[in-house]
Ligand binder design. Structure first.
Ligand code: F0G
Length: 359
């Protein structure tokens, strides 16, 4: 793709989106993110397996939300709205704040008090959103913004807004366009369940258009302490260090189940320990993601260990994993998960000893 000509996901996939000539396109040139081949994970799975990582942390605000937000905010602008509102575990609010600022719209965000990562809070604040921390969790915040947007002139930009899903489905288009086919398996973290819904919609549309021949199995992963879809019950007090997916009652629950069942996939859970292990492993491959994103890779490892990926024959098996958000969003977890270095006096010998460098 010619970078000079790239104009964001709305322009690129115009014919697949509910937009027209009169839609003002509010874009930060989101999308067109790298699909990175992982030699180590491919080797770990075995011969014939190819694992690719869709690094959504490379979006303008550092997460996949930008794909949906460009559309939701452009449509809000087209429909003469003056304000947008969302509940968020952090990334939606960061993205909404940025795109609303660009569009000249007011942005209100409700966040669970003390439970969103520092980088995301900084984003919502610097873009001048009205940030309102709620004494309660994400699910409570979401029910409040649903009530407010239903009764007052503010447009909801959570993934209950269908434009968000429409925008986010462009990630599957990009994957198919890059690979020249659909993957056999697609793995991604599941929180409020909008993204798995969006990817599945995208793959189905490309198949209906004849752009791909087969559909992938959708494999979603929740955190063990916040896995309502896996357990089939609401989690009143969801718990996980992957704050982005600390959600106990996902809005798109039924649609996620439909994606799972129609694609013959699964939705399972991984522990925080498995998430952090995968998080550190990705970092060693040069890729810095936030913990929730590492749930994809933790899931991949878990399934491999369970012998899930048995594929008869000699055909190549392609697995894509979405890495939903950038590691810089949550610097606290990064620093806590490794040993912090001690400072030393400015002495060459000491430095050489610590760095284990010899002549
Ligand atoms: N990964 C990250 C980094 C996220 O921020 C989210 C959701 C997900 C995965 C899960 O995606 O909700 O579509 O199933 N974050 C939302 C937010 C809830 O408010 O930023 P999902």
């Amino acid at each position: 793709m010619d970078a000079a000509k790239y104009q964001g996901v709305i322009k690129r996939y115009f014919n697949y989106l509910p937009v027209g000539k009169n839609t003002p396109v509010i874009t930060l040139l989101e999308g067109n993110t790298p699909l990175i081949f992982s030699g180590r994970l491919s080797e770990f799975l075995g011969r014939r397996f190819k694992v690719y990582l869709k690094f959504e942390g490379a979006n303008p605000t550092g997460s996949f939300k930008d794909r949906g937000m460009t559309l939701a905010v452009s449509k809000a602008k087209e429909e003469k709205q003056v304000a947008v509102i969302c509940a968020s575990t952090g990334n939606t609010s960061a993205s909404a704040a940025a795109y609303a600022s660009r569009a000249g719209l007011k942005c209100i965000v409700l966040i669970p008090e003390g439970a969103i990562a520092l980088g995301k809070l900084a984003q919502a604040l610097i873009h001048q959103a009205v940030v309102i921390p709620i004494k309660g969790n994400f699910d409570t915040a979401l029910s409040l913004v649903r009530e407010i947007s239903a009764n007052y002139p503010v447009r909801l930009v959570n993934s209950l807004n269908p434009h968000r899903i429409e925008g986010q489905k462009t990630a599957s288009f990009e994957i198919c366009d890059t690979l020249g086919r659909a993957p056999d398996f697609h793995i991604l973290p599941v929180g409020n369940a909008g993204n798995i819904t969006a990817y599945w919609k995208g793959y189905k549309e490309y198949k209906a258009e004849g752009r791909i021949r087969r559909l992938p199995a959708m494999l979603g992963f929740q955190a063990k302490g916040a896995c309502p879809i896996v357990k089939g019950r609401v989690f009143k007090h969801p718990k996980t260090l992957a704050t982005a997916i600390r959600i106990g009652n996902p809005a798109s629950w039924k649609k996620a189940e439909a994606a799972r069942d129609q694609s013959k996939g699964l939705i399972d859970a991984v522990s925080d320990r498995e998430i952090i292990k995968a998080y550190k492993m990705l970092a060693l491959e040069g890729i810095f993601v936030e913990p929730a994103s590492a749930a994809s890779i933790a899931g991949l490892i878990k399934l491999k260990q369970q012998g899930y990926f048995k594929q008869p024959g000699r055909k190549e098996v392609v697995i894509t994993c979405t890495l939903t958000g950038h590691g810089l969003k949550d610097p606290d977890i990064a620093v806590k998960s490794v040993r912090t270095p001690k400072s030393v006096s400015p002495d060459v010998k000491k430095i050489l000893r610590i760095a284990k460098i010899k002549k």
